[in-house]
Design a protein around this ligand. Structure first.
Ligand code: ATP
Length: 511
């Protein structure tokens, strides 16, 4: 199947089956904004909960935090986001596409190039030209006829408080006859008085609460603080459905460790993180670690690995595991005059040789995208099986082979009829499943075949059909999503059987 066809199919399934919708769709939608529907929100929550269990609840040395999205604006000045959280923006003079220079197709500066343009209302024209000194071309039309790069800050700015900062501007203009650049400067200064920002990452909330968390919880280095939540970036190019959007969710952890131990902890966390994804995957070979080249590293970072996934368009980032040194804590300490350090009574200070060592911890940061993980697991699970029906006609079976821990429903309860005691038995089965914590859906809409197809497509691992046999001899038919095999199980054994099947489940690659 073509790459674009897989994406089209995944996007269409998401809408048809209630995973992801275009935001404000009835108003024509808003570019790159998405709503997670009833099944999407379950899938997202399952991923987030599994991450939280793995990173926080199952570890003695990691605790959680839920910091506010809007923080003191000085946080972003100190962290460097106000001055430097920008991407290089370029305009194509030919097709008017606006793009990121660092993601543009690379071509050798000075090399000859042929590309096509089609001015409005005119025929296509072939143009021969030469690649400029920048060494890249327009990703849309291939033109080297480009604007200079300018830095575009990705943070969303808004104002805090009930004051309109622009109220005073007309008066100022009248009094001082402000025009052009002076007027722009006055407007910017007025806005800055109440400007706050939507956080572009969850990490800074953790750094600025380092002291409160470590003291209130008596944390001992090495320890981590984790949080999940929304982040916002005014991306120049949003792409690949929910892969890159302006509003998205992250799952980040800052792991504070002794200076000099960061290489060891980087080794530990990069393996932990890639293995965490692989355990839920049908195709673990589609996950890999890629170490950043020295020139890719942020100035404060001494090492970084990306967990990459092979999306339908190729390898791309899923998570970054960065060694951030002691940069952030030191910067916030210097800006606020707060001692953001750790005192280890058991250690000798390496400089003085005296007992007790106060130091600023180094940090390893596994920073994952939650909404990006939703896309990754949907792509990993999407599969199509070709077969023939009873009449010999070719047909396709679409199966979302989600790991049961990710699947929105674990069991579908399907009464064959809406009468003859089937609904009552379905309610009894549903209650029994609920009693052992199995998330299920009683579904009586449409033919049994259609219901099987629907639950295959939304990734429900097991379907329990209630029919005449259930009434007469208390047996149900359990259908397995991945094989379509069916088994008769007595109602008395159903709970135990399903709990066992789900705990034994391994992605289809292993069976
Ligand atoms: P990219 O190179 O794809 O722009 P990044 O390196 O800027 O990502 P980080 O700042 O390291 O991303 O953020 C950590 C994680 O947050 C990313 O690995 C990704 O999963 C997620 N993420 C970042 N930006 C977006 C976005 N615009 N939309 C969805 N997820 C995002």
């Amino acid at each position: 199947m073509q790459e674009s066809e897989i994406m089209n199919r995944v996007v269409s399934l998401c809408k048809r089956r209630g995973f992801v919708f275009q935001s404000s769709e009835i108003y024509g939608g808003l570019k790159s904004c998405y709503d997670y529907g009833p099944l999407g929100v379950e899938l997202k929550k399952n991923i987030s909960d599994l991450w939280w269990s793995n990173m926080v609840r199952n570890r003695d040395n990691v605790v959680g935090l839920d910091a506010s999205i809007i923080m003191h604006p000085k946080v972003w000045e100190t962290s460097g986001h106000l001055a430097g959280f920008s991407d290089p923006l370029v305009d194509c003079h030919d097709c008017k596409t606006r793009f990121r220079a660092d993601k543009a197709p690379i071509k050798e500066a000075g090399s000859a190039i042929t590309y096509q343009i089609q001015p409005p209302g005119q025929k296509k024209q072939k143009i021969e030209s030469v690649v400029g000194d920048c060494g890249y071309v327009c990703p849309q039309c291939g033109s080297p006829n480009l604007s200079d790069e300018r830095q575009f800050n990705l943070m969303f700015q808004t104002g805090l408080g009930p004051v309109d900062p622009l109220e005073k501007i007309p008066e100022l203009v009248a009094k001082e006859n402000l025009q052009g650049k002076d007027l722009l400067k006055a407007i910017r200064e007025a806005i800055a008085t109440s400007a706050v920002y939507l956080r572009p990452e969850t990490a800074q909330g953790i750094f600025v609460q380092f002291l409160n968390v470590s003291q209130s919880m008596s944390m001992k280095v090495p320890f981590g603080i984790a949080q999940t939540g929304k982040s916002f970036r005014n991306e120049i190019v949003t792409e690949h459905f929910i892969f890159r959007s302006c509003e998205f969710e992250q799952m980040e952890m800052e792991f504070f460790c002794e200076p000099g131990t960061q290489v060891k902890w980087m080794g530990y966390w990069k393996e932990e993180r890639i293995n965490w994804y692989k355990q839920f995957a049908n195709h673990p070979e589609n996950f890999r670690l890629r170490q950043h080249d020295k020139d890719e590293l942020a100035h404060y970072s001494d090492d970084c690995y990306d967990v990459e996934y092979q999306y339908p368009w190729g390898w791309d980032e899923l998570e970054g595991v960065a060694s951030r040194t002691d940069y952030d804590l030191k910067k916030h300490a210097a800006a606020t005059g707060t001692k953001l350090s750790y005192f280890d009574q058991q250690k000798q200070d390496p400089e003085t040789g005296k007992n007790g060592w106060r130091y600023v911890p180094y940090v390893i940061e596994p920073a994952a995208g939650l909404t990006r993980s939703v896309l990754c697991f949907l792509c990993d699970a999407y599969s199509v099986e070709k077969g023939v029906d009873a009449k010999g006609v070719e047909k396709e079976r679409v199966i979302l082979k989600l790991h049961p821990k990710l699947a929105p429903y674990k069991v579908a309860v399907l009464p064959l009829l809406k009468k003859d005691g089937h609904p009552e038995l379905a309610a009894k089965v549903a209650k029994a499943l609920g009693d052992v914590g199995l998330i299920h859906k009683v579904d009586d809409a449409g033919s049994i075949g259609k219901r099987y197809s629907k639950h295959d497509e939304i990734g429900t691992p097991f379907a329990v059909t209630i029919d005449g046999d259930t009434v007469s001899d208390q047996t149900v038919t359990v259908r397995h999503r991945d094989t379509a095999n069916q088994e008769k199980v007595h109602l008395d054994k159903l709970q135990e059987y399903l709990v066992q099947q789900l705990s034994d489940f391994s992605p289809s690659r292993l069976t």
